[in-house]
Write a protein that binds this ligand. Structure first.
Ligand SMILES: Nc1ncnc2c1ncn2[C@@H]1O[C@H](COP(=O)(O)OP(=O)(O)O)[C@@H](O)[C@H]1O
Ligand SMILES: [Mg+2]
Length: 248
């Protein structure tokens, strides 16, 4: 019997490990015993129909919901279980929430730089010049107010602002929702550059084809439980699975 090289190669230490997360809102349990991991630099598609718990999972990782009595979240060398959102952000996790959460009464440049900080090693890999290089549209709009931006430009702002915190894990909820096709393409090409920069991402998006082009691996949630975890090739080739859990 031959042994595959991949079986012998040392497995990289995961960047994020979530174990046994059970949480919800008030008495309603939404996530049930969710466990997953993300490797450094890995791009993960987080999939599932509406209301299945994707946003709840991202918010739990960000410390906006408790992970439950058995829940444990490790990030890099830190146990971040139960930590406050600000400290989780400092550890290197950034969330671009659905709806973007911009401050309309701030200028573009001010809004980009407001939360900027070096990474945990004191490096600033995403200075303003690099953001403007990746987002030329934002460079053109630098003197504008955030509320003068189009939906796509606002999403670029939200991603740019998240990058300026120098995250090791960037999570995007409904990354291209409500955007015009051209803007969607721009967001996907930006996310490709983020992946090339070896930043791990967890992306929620309804556009399977674009997500398949970018992501290494996918996790599908149904009614708050993980029902599939596997490579893009495995999911892409399984129409039954896609139909059953994603209804497309
Ligand atoms: N703030 C909230 N209070 C009570 N229930 C909520 C709240 N947010 C979401 N839910 C419920 O939690 C479930 C999962 O929602 P969500 O995580 O937003 O799903 P998804 O992002 O996959 O569409 C849904 O049934 C939704 O109605
Ligand atoms: Mg959602």
């Amino acid at each position: 019997m031959s042994v595959q090289l991949s079986e012998l190669a040392p497995v990289a230490k995961p960047l994020l490990v979530c174990s046994h997360i059970t949480t919800g809102y008030g008495r309603a349990t939404i996530l049930r015993d969710v466990s997953l991991h993300v490797a450094p630099g890995e791009t993960i598609g987080l999939l599932g129909r509406n209301g299945m718990g994707k946003t709840t999972l991202l918010r739990t990782i960000m410390g906006l919901l408790p992970p439950g009595p058995q829940g444990c979240i490790l990030f890099g060398d830190h146990d971040i279980t139960g930590d406050r959102t600000a400290s989780i952000a400092r550890a290197g996790i950034a969330l671009v929430p659905e709806g973007r959460g911009l401050f309309p009464n701030l200028g573009v440049e001010e809004s980009l730089t407001l939360g900027a900080r070096a990474d945990s090693k004191g490096r600033n890999l995403w200075p303003l010049e690099r953001i403007y290089d990746v987002f030329p549209r934002l460079a053109e709009r630098r003197k504008h107010w955030c509320n003068q931006l189009s939906g796509g430009e606002q999403q670029m702002m939200a991603i740019g602002r998240a990058l300026m915190t120098n995250p090791r894990l960037l999570m995007l909820d409904e990354a291209t929702e409500g955007l015009a096709p051209k803007m969607r393409d721009e967001i996907w090409s930006i996310l490709r550059r983020v992946a090339q920069a070896h930043i791990a991402t967890m992306i929620v998006d309804k556009n399977l084809r674009d997500l398949f082009d970018l992501a290494d691996r996918h996790v599908i949630l149904a009614k708050g439980e993980i029902v599939f975890e596997g490579s893009t090739d495995k999911l892409r080739s399984d129409d039954t699975l896609i139909h059953r859990w994603l209804g497309v």
